[in-house]
Unconditional design. Structure first.
Length: 94
């Protein structure tokens, strides 16, 4: 795949987090099913999906609540009832 085609594909499809109404509804439903649960949006970028999610990213944006490295999370085990991540796995080592 040429760099031009790849770049166009990445910018149009993969480069942005999916914050569609369907994703927001699903996340909201999952959090509601957990009662008073809260979640972690790991690698949130500039996407705020739900106010019950703590937005965590390596780079500060207007949506980030906590900045840090995903390989060294500053939260105790069991802190979140739901963890989600979009467009992040390719940024961490195997």
């Amino acid at each position: 795949m040429s760099a031009g085609i790849r770049g166009k594909f990445v910018r149009s499809f993969w480069a942005a987090h999916n914050s569609s109404p369907a994703v927001r509804k699903t996340v909201g439903s999952l959090l509601a099913d957990l009662g008073n649960g809260r979640g972690l949006n790991l690698g949130c970028g500039d996407t705020r999906l739900d106010p019950r999610l703590v937005n965590y990213d390596l780079v500060s944006t207007g949506a980030v609540d906590v900045m840090g490295d995903a390989l060294a999370l500053p939260f105790p085990d069991g802190e979140f009832h739901l963890v989600l991540s979009q467009e992040m796995v390719e940024h961490v080592p195997d």
